[in-house]
Ligand binder design. Structure first.
Ligand code: PEP
Length: 253
């Protein structure tokens, strides 16, 4: 059985005071005995404070992005080894907001994935289609291409440590969630794609769904056989919503 993950992507929200208040509530509400991994992804500047606040606790910390280079003259960038150094376990690569607003293409995402693995982090690789692509029946072609780019550069081995997140772009931050059946179909496709390279890695790979996950829809999404938890944006900023999503994942296990 794959251990579900609930990941809270805070995006560019929060402040030291707000984060500490949110983490204080979360630590009390998300029970350590729940058989799930819970990870929060604050902005870079709050990573150290978040790690310290959660020290000794059961909630893990990840970063929202990483530089593809391992170090050097890259002003403004943060390397995987730096993220590891301050206590991160996971890092998101290929989020659709980065692909869209910062023009990150498949090859850069693949390099970031490789940098994360080499730096000792677990990448959360985001893939997903736009509404136009879904309507043109291109969903499988798009997510397949996004995964293949990583395999082409790094091989399949990195997926032994990685997490995959299916995030249809049209469902992120829109309040419009993909149906459980739509999600299951894409997750099964992705697992099959990985399986063509390594059946064991595919069987163990955790594939998260992201796109307007809320307390009200988490249980039906997590009930799907190939859905191993969620990457949660907006709802991760409310301790109560996030706790309910975690509880739904814990029951699914
Ligand atoms: C996300 O940020 O990855 C996300 C899925 O956001 P939301 O839950 O707000 O749609």
């Amino acid at each position: 059985m794959r251990r579900p993950i609930v990941a809270g992507n805070w995006k560019m929200h929060g402040s030291q005071a707000l984060n500490r208040a949110l983490l204080g509530e979360l630590e009390g509400q998300v029970k350590p005995e729940w058989p799930i991994d819970v990870v929060v992804f604050p902005p870079f500047v709050y990573l150290t404070d978040t790690v310290r606040t959660l020290e000794e606790g059961h909630i893990l910390v990840g970063a929202q992005d990483v530089c593809a280079e391992s170090g050097g003259a890259f002003t403004g960038q943060v390397s995987a080894s730096m993220l590891k150094d301050v206590g991160c376990t996971f890092v998101i690569v290929g989020h659709s907001e980065r692909r869209r607003w910062y023009h990150e293409d498949d090859s850069l995402v693949a390099r970031k994935f490789a940098a994360a693995v080499s730096g000792g982090l677990r990448p959360v690789l985001c893939v997903g289609e736009t509404l136009e692509e879904r309507e043109a029946n291109m969903t499988e072609a798009v997510v397949g291409r996004q995964v293949d780019a990583v395999i082409a550069l790094h091989g399949i081995s990195g997926f032994a440590e990685a997490v995959l997140a299916y995030e249809p772009v049209w469902a992120i931050g829109t309040g419009r969630t993909a149906s459980p059946e739509q999600v299951q179909a894409v997750h099964a496709f992705l697992r099959h794609r990985i399986s063509a390279h390594d059946a064991k890695i595919a069987a163990h790979l955790r594939i998260l769904y992201g796109g307007s996950v809320k307390a009200g829809n988490a249980a039906e999404l997590f009930a799907m056989p190939d859905v191993d938890g969620g990457l949660v944006g907006g709802a991760s900023l409310s301790a109560d919503e996030f706790r309910q999503i975690c509880a739904a994942a814990a029951v699914r296990h």
